[in-house]
Design a protein. Sequence first.
Length: 583
Amino acid sequence: MALAETAQMDLNSADTGFIDELRLLTEEVIQPEPQCNNISKYLAKVSHEKQDPKQAIVYLTNSHGLQLKNDIKHWTDMKENYSVKEIDKTAPVLDTSLMGSFNNFKEITDKIKNLPEEWTIIQITKRYIPFTVLKRSGKHADCGIFITRFTCGNLAKKIDPYYVTTASENPEENFLGILHDLFKIREDYFRSGAVCRKVKEEYMKTEEGLMKFVSALETGWLKEWRCLLSGRLKDKMLEEETRSKVNKAVQNYMKQARKKTKCSEESLDMVYQVTLSAHLMKNKEILKVLSLALHNDQLENINSMVPLMEDLKLINLENSCTVKNAKKNPVILIIDDAFELIPWEMLSTFSGQPVTRISSLHLLYAMFKYHENHIVDGYRMVKINSSYCLINPGKDLNDCEEAMTKFLKAHVPWVASDIGKAPDPKILVSKFQDYSVYFYCGHGSGMQYLTSNDLKKTPVKSLILLFGCSSNLPKNAGGRTPHHNNTYTYLTNGCPCLVGCIYGITSSDADIASQKILFSILPTVKKEDSKMVLQYPKERNVLKGVATGKMACKKYWSQSSFVVRGIPCKIEECKISDFPQSE
């Protein structure tokens, strides 16, 4: 017996030593992104198994945005070895000292307490599994996910970040493989010149395939935990009233169940979140959430929680569906690189909600500090008094050129534009400094008309709108290389948010969506009674403008393509005198 105990102690000691070595690797000056990403996720897994959720959250948070953190180290090293004048030409405008790794849980909570209370941050992290270290796919590819919820501002002083973990109902199903198969079919279709009958038939099925994928994402992967994706209610009084009712219902239940332990604020928040989403969930899903929140996942208490579930559903539906239909504040999604191709914004939970993406909490906090003086009620106010558009510079999208020219002339004649001609790269990059809005209608992201070095040296004032195929998709070079895109160069150089596509879309859908989105956020200058009049859209909310505008696309694939990156933005009202006069 003593020998067995000694052997176990030796194993535990060896395990602890191994974990300590891995921790040291995450503190190295140079961190190869794929490897350190896996190490952070492995350490999160270990912390989760040891029932240390706070440390798990630290590792999960640090597993995101590793390439950005390496870039920071590169900039810092260059400042130590070269003149400041030379470095300032390539360094981002954001404070790089704010974008390093978080050392502990308190450091994270201190940061989110400073963020706007209107924000809700949802971090979705792929769970570590050893079978995916050396290969990208296989039957073990769907290892499950961690969903971490961060409440910001004053509420963060009461509710700590917390997470849940979930996986596909069928562990043998390659869930991500389904999405990659859809992309391969579309690639084969366009590569074949759209003439192969069999390939065309398969291509036509991808629309329905993507719809089924999103449905499976909700019901088969996220399951009951999709309730944690909701943003805060815009009506503060309604939120306080609803939380009070939920807390009272829980207290009554705990009293009847004769449980003496007090519920944590995180458990109460979980019950509150399931109340907000009760109209979208099945009874068994609601009960599963309640069992984890109130009984640490002890399923034998399911039947006793039915009355509580009915009370929560009633709160969701009472007062003529006030809670059910209430407007929400913005949600900021921090998404694992492996999940970038998933159209999260199409989930029913996000219907009508303003949603944006960002690579990491580190970048989000640095962007907040840079734009802090211009943020009102959770939105970065953008003064739109000058805009520039680049349309069909490749001279091969004639329908797009014609449609957008008519739209500009009819609705926003004050916008400066270059149409049907390739711009000078040096002049084009200056537009990001000179104009408050830059939008591009052409192939890709328009980077073929710029150089990355010029962009890195340019502070970006503009709100960026890129209406081209895959214009907003971080890509990798194959294998286990890190994701990269100039999207984040715009953001680190001062752009508050960027709108673009993560998929390839049809030209007709791109034209329709771009016009609807622009009409939803840009003011119109019109002449009435021989006088110029300025008309603004109702909400002037960029995130909601994208959410509603993209639904004008005929194809579901195109609707799913449009995403926003950065911080939530709204358009600030200007005077008519601020705008350039049009004829």
